[in-house]
Each structure stands twice: as structure tokens, then as C-alpha cells.
Design a protein around this ligand. Structure first.
Ligand code: BGC
Length: 650
């Protein structure tokens, strides 16, 4: 398998490379930064599913203290890649072994000193991460290695820790603290293979006399503990366990596909999904383990874009993802009740089931004021997405037990929510879903978004059918109410051209290109949607919307309809969300456009390899990895190219 390598140091790529070279084991994510870096370089050790909120700021996942801080000084010269005394430098991510490697040679007075470091986040022990540094020189030099558990963490809405304490014993440094909100204790420990000579201010020094061509090796075995004890192993043993887990994982997950470029892009996508495989009662955040962007919250990205990979390749994890939603049904019912509805309205940005989405989720770049957004209250399709995922899980696994212990209830409560949310149009004799936001977030508070209406219709019909099939003990009244409702729910039909209107009145919006709308921006980070965005009164959409329907329900629509909509909506799509390209790629496969599909596949699969992309929504930082795009790439390969469609006879 190819590895990812970057030669030379470019300070401007520090944040991007943090994402690109990310390591993870489902519980911990360690960004692809260098040993000598600190919080200003966005070093991050993100912890899945552990949230903290500081008064007046957004709640988010925590970044733990950094156990891998290390600054080597050789003959009084600090080996810091930013200092200019670099002879060669490269970083590498070997995705087959989930191993990060940095190799730097420094010039120190008249000597050459090289620093080779490897690190991995142990896939076999979710609390553990290890690093081995090998330092060599072409002459004798005095080494001073400053190591420690750096408590100056990179945080977006911190500080998340109080009561920070650091300490050391002969071979280890530790830092502990409790989170601000829940008082949850966290201990980060790092053991060294060399004795510590001194310790002060949270950092230890290890000194040595380095002999010409005799390597100095320092292993660092670190643990992030939220309870429990650290294991006792050394580097080799931990690495062996890690490798054997990855070997199994690749055997289960690898998909052979396409040319060299496409194969690597897909392998890289699979890697990014596998490093997020949850091992507990939490789910996957929209930016994975790359940091606190999007508050470490769980969106529909997980159910609609990532779940299929897990269902096929890592079914135990798929079950955890579904369980997470079943377990948070009470919170979803609470949210529905809060807005005055029945059933279950899932959090748009779920943190333990509670909605982390703020009523003001964007900050205006001109006024610096928060902008009222309606994602939380109006993006009701989230409940249908959750229900769809539960039903898909059942189709794949036949797990009756999970269906009867909450799965079916989840589906029916999501349907019930939509029923109570809907409005009966007496003139047209049908139910309508008014005042919603579809997948395209630029158009807020629209009526009868096609995606929303169809998906609720489908999950309702399928949910009722499943209840009957399983002879589940469900109220007959609930079932008949839902059946009746679904039969009368308005489903926007294709017009004479075969195009389904995205929402009522969409066709009447200004018919203008994405380029034209972009040219109207007065600030590059301006928000395109909401009440006064540049796209709001136009047909320009943020991401695939109607197209999503064809990917979820290909059999409901003829290929002619799918083609007509693909051709109609693609030119209006900004792809302002990483969820967009793969949606078009999948449909392109189905309608016999392999070349377009291939391009869109790469746009999705290579998103984190290429870097760049949108880093800001208004004044809010949204950078990080894009696991939904990785999931979408997998979907395109397997369910797009991998399935017989018009024009791709594979
Ligand atoms: C997209 C949403 C997505 C979220 C998290 C937004 O920009 O519009 O569809 O769920 O990002 O990835």
C-alpha cells in the first residue's frame, strides 16, 4: 500500500498537515504535528465523546494534554524545524500500519544531527499512544532532551480543565486535571525508556552524551486515562498489538479499486473511517478526531455517509453507532416536546443526545454579531436520517433483538415526530412539512423540501411494515395513525422535464450561476445562506439535496428522472459542504456517467489529501478532516462503481 509522504517543511501547512497526517484509534486522535510544536501549531490529542462546556462558550470535545512534547537540544542548539537549521525534512503517514514518521536532519555547528521519530495511536489499546525517537549525529554532541506532558492545549472554546497538576518520577511525567463542567478526571501519563535527570515547570530533561553514529533511542509510552490503569508494556509489545489489529482491519475493510490514484484515495478514505471506529457508547463526530471543530458533535454525516462502510466492514461498530441513537431517544423526545411536538426530534448536532447546535451558529463577518440560524429547530430531516439508518442496519444484519429493544421504537417515534410537525392542507387534501431546512442549508425555512418529505414517507411506511413483520408490541393506534398520515403526505413529483422542485417556490428563485453568486461576495468568508446571504434568493445550493434521494432510494425514481435532476441541479451546486461531491458521484455512476463520477469520487476521496477547502463559515473555524466525504468515497466505489449501472458494467 502506498504511503503518504511530504518532503520539506512549509510552516503554512502546519494546520492542514495536522489533519492530513492524523492518527487515531476510535477513542483518541493525534494530529500530524511535530514533537517540538505546541498549542499555537494546533497540536491536538482529541478525545471522542468526552465533552466540556465553559460558561458562555460552545460545548465541545476535549483535547487532552500532549504527552509527546519533545524539544531536543544538541550542543546548545534547539532542533526545531522552524529555526532554519534544517538540512532535510520529511513526514510520512504509513496508512497500512497507521504509523506517523518524521525524519529531520539539522545542522548543528559543524555537525549533522538527525531526528527520526515514529508514533502510533495504539489500535489495540484505546488509552495508549507510543512514540520512538532515534537521534544520531556524525560526531559527538551533548544532548538535552526536554520532554513532558504539555498542559498548554489547543482549544477552540476552552479552557476545559481545572486543578491541573503535573509531576514526575524517575521514568515518567504525568499531568492530571478535571473538566470544568462535569468534573471528570483525566490523567495523561508518559513513560520514558531513559531516566529523567531533572523536572521543573511540568517538563523533564533527559541528558546524554551522543557518540558519533551511535543512536540515542527514546521511547515514549503514553496513556490518556479517564479512569482505570495504564498497561505495562514497552514500545515493541504495544506496536505488535497495534499492527496485528490493523492487519485484521485492513483485511476486513480494504476495497480493491481503480487505478493507482483512485486506489490510494480510497485506501486513505478507509483509513480515515477506520481510525474513527468507536469502541464505546459514543458516535462519530463530523470532523472525526481531528479536533474540536463542529463541537465534536455527531451529525447526519454518520448515519447517511459513514454507516454503510461500518455495516459492511466493521459491523460491531455499526451496531454501536445505531445503539448511540437508540440510547439517546429520550433526549430526542425531549427536544420534540420542547418545540411542542410528539415523537422524537434528534439533535442536529448531538453531544450525548443533547443538541449542541446554537440558535446563532454563524457569526457575521461584517458586524461580528451572531446570526440567528435555524439548523437546530428546522433541519428536521435528522430524525428521518436516524430512522433510515436503523432500518438499513436491520436490512443488513437482521438483528431482531436490537429492533425489539429500541430500534423499532426509534423509527416509529421519528415518524411520529414528523406526523405531529406536519400541517394538513385542507384545500389540497394532503399533509405538508412546512418551515424546514433540507440538506441544502443555504435556504432556510422552506416548505415541502423534497428530500425531507420523501425520507419521512419512506421511514414511516417501512417502520410500520417492520412493526407488523416483527409482531412488535406497538400501539395499533400509533401504527394506523402513521399509515394514514404517510398515505396523505405530499411527495413533490417530477415536472415535465423530470425535475423535482427542491422546495415550494425554488424554481421561481433567481436563475444564476455559482460563479456569479461567488462574485457577489463582499468578503471571502461571508456566509452564503440564512436571511441575507448571497445564495438565499437564488437557485444556488450549498450541497446535493434532491440528488440525495436517489442515493437513498434509487428504486423510487426512474433513471430518466435521476438524469434530469442531476443535469439540472449540478450547475447550481456550490459544493460548499464536503457531503456534496460524493452524492453526485454516486448518482453519476447510476446514470452512466463514469467519467464525471470518477472526478467527483476523487473530489470526495482526496479532500483531506488536497487540503485547502472551506476553513471558515462566517467567523467560525470549521477546518479538520472530513470523514463523511471519506464515507461517501467508499459508497461511490462500492455502491456506485461496484454495482452494475447504466454505463459501468463492472
Ligand atoms: C453541512 C451539513 C453537515 C455539516 C457537518 C455542514 O456544512 O451543510 O450537511 O452535516 O456541515 O459536516
Amino acid at each position: 500500500m502506498k504511503t503518504l509522504k511530504e518532503v520539506g517543511f512549509n510552516a503554512e501547512k502546519t494546520v492542514e498537515n495536522g489533519n492530513k497526517f492524523l492518527l487515531g484509534n476510535g477513542r483518541l486522535g493525534y494530529r500530524g504535528t511535530l514533537d517540538e510544536f505546541g498549542s499555537s501549531a494546533c497540536v491536538g490529542l482529541n478525545v471522542a465523546g468526552v465533552y466540556d462546556g465553559v460558561k458562555g462558550k460552545w460545548r465541545e470535545t476535549i483535547n487532552a494534554f500532549n504527552p509527546f512534547y519533545m524539544l531536543v537540544t544538541a550542543d546548545g542548539v534547539p532542533l526545531d524545524v522552524r529555526n532554519g537549521n534544517v538540512l532535510r525534512h520529511a513526514v510520512e503517514l504509513d496508512i497500512s500500519k497507521a504509523l506517523f514518521i518524521r525524519d529531520t536532519e539539522f545542522s548543528v555547528n559543524s555537525r549533522k544531527v538527525s531526528l527520526h521519530c515514529e508514533r502510533f495511536v495504539n489500535y489495540a489499546d484505546k488509552t495508549n499512544l507510543c512514540s520512538r525517537a532515534v537521534i544520531t549525529a556524525d560526531g559527538d554532541v551533548d544532548l538535552d532532551v526536554k520532554v513532558g506532558v504539555d498542559t498548554d492545549v489547543w482549544e477552540l472554546n476552552g479552557p476545559h480543565f481545572k486543578g491541573v497538576r503535573t509531576g514526575a518520577d524517575g521514568h515518567a511525567v504525568y499531568a492530571s486535571a478535571v473538566t470544568q463542567e462535569a468534573g471528570r478526571r483525566i490523567d495523561v501519563v508518559c513513560r520514558y525508556s531513559q531516566p529523567i535527570n531533572s523536572f521543573s515547570g511540568g517538563f523533564a530533561h533527559i541528558t546524554a552524551k551522543l557518540k558519533k553514529d551511535e543512536p540515542f533511542v527514546l521511547d515514549r509510552i503514553a496513556f490518556v486515562l479517564l479512569g482505570g490503569k495504564a498497561a505495562e508494556y514497552g514500545y515493541e509489545q504495544a506496536y505488535g498489538l497495534h499492527l496485528s489489529e490493523w492487519e485484521k482491519t485492513w483485511q476486513r475493510c480494504r476495497v480493491l479499486f481503480g487505478d493507482e490514484r483512485a486506489q490510494f484515495a480510497l485506501d486513505y478514505s478507509v483509513y480515515h473511517l477506520a481510525i474513527l471506529a468507536p469502541d464505546g457508547d459514543y458516535s462519530i463526530a463530523a470532523r472525526g478526531l481531528s479536533g474540536q471543530t463542529y463541537k465534536g458533535a455527531v451529525f447526519w454525516d454518520t448515519e447517511i455517509f459513514m454507516l454503510p462502510f461500518f455495516l459492511n466492514s466493521l459491523p460491531d461498530c455499526a451496531k454501536r453507532l445505531i445503539k448511540y441513537r437508540i440510547d439517546t431517544l429520550p433526549q430526542a423526545k425531549q427536544k420534540a416536546a420542547h418545540y411542542g411536538y410528539g415523537g422524537a426530534f434528534y439533535a442536529w448536532e448531538s453531544q450525548d443526545g443533547y443538541d449542541a447546535c446554537s440558535d446563532f451558529n454563524v457569526t457575521d463577518v461584517f458586524t461580528h454579531r451572531p446570526v440567528r440560524t435555524y439548523f437546530k429547530d428546522k433541519q428536521i430531516h435528522i430524525s428521518a436520517d436516524v430512522a433510515y439508518a436503523v432500518l438499513e442496519y436491520y436490512v443488513h444484519t437482521g438483528d431482531r433483538e436490537l429492533m425489539l429493544s429500541g430500534g423499532l421504537e426509534t423509527v416509529l417515534q421519528c415518524a411520529e415526530f414528523a406526523r405531529t410537525y406536519s400541517y394538513y392542507n385542507h384545500v389540497k387534501n394532503r399533509y405538508e412539512l412546512l418551515d424546514v431546512i433540507g440538506p441544502d442549508e443555504y435556504h432556510e425555512r422552506v416548505n415541502n423540501n423534497a428530500y425531507t418529505n420523501y425520507i419521512f414517507h419512506e421511514i414511516t411506511v417501512r417502520g410500520v411494515r417492520l412493526a407488523k413483520e416483527l409482531s412488535a408490541p406497538v400501539s395499533g393506534e400509533l401504527l394506523s395513525g402513521l399509515e394514514e398520515w404517510a398515505a396523505k403526505l405530499y411527495l413533490p413529483q417530477p415536472d415535465g422535464r423530470g425535475v423535482i422542485e427542491q422546495f415550494d417556490g425554488y424554481f421561481a428563485l433567481e436563475d444564476v450561476s455559482v460563479a456569479e453568486v461567488r462574485s457577489r461576495l463582499a468578503h471571502p468568508n461571508e456566509y452564503w445562506g440564512g436571511s441575507g446571504g448571497v445564495a438565499t434568493a437564488t437557485r444556488v445550493i450549498k450541497q446535493a439535496d434532491v440528488i440525495m434521494l436517489f442515493n437513498l432510494f434509487p428504486d423510487l425514481f426512474t433513471l430518466d428522472v435521476q438524469k434530469a435532476n442531476y443535469d439540472f441541479y449540478l450547475p447550481y451546486t456550490e459544493h460548499g459542504s464536503s457531503l456534496s461531491h460524493c452524492a453526485y458521484a454516486l448518482t453519476a455512476c447510476r446514470i452512466g456517467r463514469p467519467d464525471e463520477a470518477y472526478k467527483a469520487f476523487l473530489d470526495s476521496a482526496e479532500i483531506d489529501l488536497r487540503g485547502g477547502g472551506k476553513q471558515w463559515a462566517g467567523e467560525v473555524y470549521i477546518g479538520g478532516t472530513h470523514p463523511a466525504a471519506s464515507g461517501g468515497a467508499w459508497l461511490t466505489a462500492v455502491r456506485g462503481f461496484g454495482c452494475k449501472g447504466e454505463g459501468n458494467e463492472i
